[in-house]
Design a protein around this ligand. Structure first.
Ligand SMILES: [Zn+2]
Length: 206
């Protein structure tokens, strides 16, 4: 691409670093921003800077939060002894949308993926194991997507907490292997959580 302006080129370059945004899309977005009133573009910039500098991660569950403890963990009506293990905040949002789940979450921040150089120590696994060992948890529900990385992560955690007297279950999914949680429809996902199956059973089936 030949740019008539270095500033334009720089903005397109930065925008195209975002996932799923190629150079052409980046150019379209940047030209759109250029046409907007200055105030609007400044609001966008400020929202992004505030997001990066002011957002917290819940001390309990690692969910994205405006406070040190997220609203779900702080809610007295949520059952703290039931912990649903998810990959990221999108999964929390998807499950919350079903209104079928009254426990709390544990956000791992990713999945074990040796191909991408992501090992257990880079994820929020240790804090989950600690919660289980401290006998704060009765049930762990694995709700990672059923990809190879998801299965590997589930199994790794399962081995860490095996014998600690905690019930382990996995969401019974009507969704295909490899489907991401966030794409499952609310009714299916809600039903999957209510009709979860013992984790051991999922091992026998695979
Ligand atoms: Zn929390």
């Amino acid at each position: 691409m030949d740019f008539s302006s270095k500033l334009l080129e720089k903005a397109v370059e930065e925008m195209s670093q975002l996932p799923g945004i190629g150079k052409r899309t980046a150019l379209r977005l940047v030209l759109h921003l250029l046409k907007q009133p200055e105030e609007q573009t400044l609001h966008l910039s400020k929202a992004l800077i505030d997001l990066k500098t002011e957002v917290n991660f819940c001390k309990n569950c690692h969910n994205v939060s405006d406070h040190t403890i997220c609203e779900i963990c702080a809610n007295a009506n949520r059952d703290k002894a039931i912990v649903c293990v998810v990959e990221d905040v999108r999964d929390v949002m998807a499950i919350e949308n079903t209104s079928q789940y009254k426990g709390v979450y544990h956000v791992l921040g990713g999945k074990i993926s040796p191909m991408d150089g992501i090992g257990p120590s880079q994820l929020n696994i240790e804090s989950l194991v600690q919660k289980v060992r401290a006998k704060e948890v009765d049930e762990i529900i694995f709700a990672l997507s059923s990809t190879m990385e998801g299965d590997t992560t589930n199994f790794y955690i399962y081995r860490q907490i095996e014998g600690e007297g905690v019930v382990t279950s996995t969401i019974a999914r009507g969704i295909g292997v490899g489907d991401e949680l966030e794409y499952a429809d609310e009714v299916t996902l809600g039903r999957s959580i209510l009709h979860r199956i013992p984790f051991e059973n999922s091992l026998k089936n695979s």
